[in-house]
Design a protein around this ligand. Structure first.
Ligand code: SLL
Length: 252
């Protein structure tokens, strides 16, 4: 039986879309606490899911459900349109469950992420940051992968140009170009970072260089350690021999 409209999947095609999720928090300015904040609350915070460089992602993301700690009234907050975020006040850190619901055309099941809400500065300079009451940002870059999307969703993902045909040829560089030429939507991230957006191809390349350099260092360390071990084993054998302790060798 032929597949019903909208359920035919594009075999062998994967489409990924980048996004950012995380939180921002700041202690109240003692001079002007938010007027309705309960006595024991100390911080204002915001948890969010957004596009890299604030790109619109609502063409694939329909709604987001944030599950807060149960000390919050109505701890399950559903946000049906962008910005997909919840702003709150509180006193403690906790794990926030973030459930992503995709547009109906996708026929995809929701996906769940977890985010640790951070209220207090962490890492190097934490104390100084606390002193300055700096905004505490904790966020992650993530990619959602749609494997073998249904045709209708593929169209939406790649620009809603109405073309039902996936790019011809093998997936990879070429198909990416075709999608771009259509003036369609892509998973491109900006070339350079900006004060508002740390995720870029330049930062990605820098990170890759850093990883390659680290790998080289580890290789070098391993080589040195192995050389030391060989040297010590040799020395041990020599000592045993000079002390008359039989050196264990393979039986002939
Ligand atoms: C902790 N395990 O002990 C965590 C719990 C709960 C955070 C943190 C305020 C809720 C309200 C709030 O900040 N809850 O409105 O009462 O650190």
């Amino acid at each position: 039986m032929p597949a019903a409209t909208g359920t035919k999947r594009l075999r062998g095609i994967s489409v990924f879309r980048p996004f950012v999720y995380g939180s921002e928090a700041q202690p109240f300015d003692p001079a002007k606490r938010p007027p309705h904040a309960p006595e024991d609350h100390t911080h204002q915070w915001r948890v969010y899911v957004k596009g890299v460089n604030d790109e619109d992602i609502s063409y694939w993301l329909k709604k987001v459900q944030f599950k807060l700690h149960e000390t919050y009234a109505q701890s399950v907050r559903t946000v049906e349109q962008p910005p997909f975020e919840v702003t709150e006040t509180g006193w403690g850190e906790f794990e926030i469950q973030i459930k992503l619901y995709f547009v109906a055309e996708s026929t995809e099941k929701p996906q769940t992420l977890w985010h640790s809400l951070k209220l207090h500065p962490y890492g190097p300079d934490a104390e100084a940051k606390k002193e300055r009451r700096e905004v505490v940002v904790s966020q992650n870059y993530e990619e959602v992968v749609f494997n073998e999307p249904v045709e209708q969703f593929y169209d939406i993902l790649t620009g809603g140009t109405g073309a039902t045909q996936p790019p011809k040829g093998k997936a990879g560089k070429n198909s990416k170009q075709v999608v771009q030429q259509q003036g369609g939507r892509t998973a491109e991230i900006p070339y350079n970072e900006s004060p508002k957006n740390p995720y870029s191809r330049t930062t990605e390349n820098k990170e890759l260089d850093r990883l390659a350099a680290a790998l080289k260092t580890v290789d070098q360390m391993l080589k040195e350690e192995r050389a030391k071990l060989t040297e010590r084993e040799k020395r041990l054998a020599e000592l045993k021999e000079s002390e008359g302790i039989p050196v264990v060798t393979k039986k002939k």
